[in-house]
Design a protein around this ligand. Structure first.
Ligand code: A3P
Length: 305
């Protein structure tokens, strides 16, 4: 069956709910992912495939768009050939049939493919490292990442109910959200980045100087793109352009799954929005716990205070 996302989601109908989480090697994952774990773990990429790895809401879609444009020499029309999750499949995602899983989509594509994952390093199928695939990791400061995830969990009807914000902060700190603890996630790639040749980027750097970060990605991918095209890519991947781009703003996923009337996928795209959400007491408590959880590494996160 060759259904569009919209048709597939309509057909799946009432089997779309807020799915419970099941632990795989102590990481809570949506039950459909956990139930399909063996085939995900066995996935064998091609050495030419690129992995884009993030904790949810750290800037995945933005990076996917930059990479697709770099690979298409800035051709905006070419990059509107399909919505993000079709152009760049989400490795582990599984939903009720007939919604295609990430693995289903990947099977139909020829390498080189750009593959998205939210898995922490230890759960990434080992084939990626055996094949020496390139990988880009994007990290975002913990408090902004948390706020973005909170709004996403409100609108994404397949994720567990976020509940009140105060309790959500606790769930984040305890690593109880889908895809597990943010702390271990950012660390897991940080400690492997040299050995595995992973390009480790920060959302805040991309906001500060998108051109510089696009150039870093270009060099990492061994591409050569003219200055003019780089400028064009920076423009096409601005928050405003992507918010208006139906092939990048997730309007392909209809409201029974992503209810963008609750919160748009392209929500704010800013650094420091946590200040509008955390009370001073919550921030203090979070920072104390953060210092403890992050004391064994020195990852240069910004905009935390
Ligand atoms: P906010 O909720 O803070 O607005 P992901 O793609 O990993 O799910 O991350 C989504 C977050 O990245 C959202 O953050 C979204 O608005 C932001 N984002 C998406 N595209 C962006 C862009 N071009 N520039 C800045 N932020 C962007």
């Amino acid at each position: 069956e060759n259904l569009s996302y919209k048709e597939a989601i309509e057909k799946a109908g009432s089997s779309i709910t807020r799915f419970p989480l099941i632990h795989i090697r102590s990481i809570p994952l949506m039950c459909h992912i956990a139930n399909n774990w063996d085939s995900i773990w066995a996935f064998c990429p091609d050495p030419s495939d690129l992995l884009i790895a993030t904790y949810p809401k750290a800037g995945t879609t933005w990076t996917q768009e930059i990479v697709d444009l770099l690979l298409h020499n800035g051709d905006a029309e070419a990059c509107k050939r399909a919505p993000t999750p079709i152009r760049s499949p989400f490795l582990e995602i599984c939903s009720p049939p007939p919604i295609p899983s990430g693995l289903d989509l990947l099977k139909k594509m020829d390498p080189p493919r750009v593959i998205k994952t939210h898995l922490p390093f230890q759960l990434v199928p080992p084939g990626f490292w055996e094949s020496k695939c390139k990988a880009i990791y994007v990290a975002r400061n913990a408090k902004d990442n948390l706020v973005s995830y909170y709004y996403f969990d409100l609108m994404n009807k397949t994720q567990p109910e976020p509940g009140p914000f105060d309790g959500y902060i606790n769930k984040f700190m305890r690593g109880e959200l889908s895809w597990g603890p943010w702390y271990d996630h950012v660390k897991s790639y940080w400690v492997e980045k040299e050995k595995r040749n992973i390009l480790y980027l920060f959302y805040e750097d991309m906001k500060e100087n998108p051109r510089r970060e696009v150039l870093r990605i270009m060099k990492y991918l061994d591409l050569s793109v003219s200055d003019e095209v780089i400028n064009q890519i920076v423009e096409l991947t601005s928050f405003k352009s992507m918010k208006e781009n139906p092939m990048a703003n997730y309007s392909c996923i209809p409201s029974p799954v992503f209810d963008q009337s609750v919160s748009p996928f392209m929500r704010k795209g800013e650094v420091g929005d946590w200040k509008n959400h955390f009370t001073p007491e919550q921030a203090k408590m979070f920072d104390e716990d953060y210092a403890e959880q992050m004391k064994d590494v020195n990852i240069p996160f910004r905009s935390l205070i």
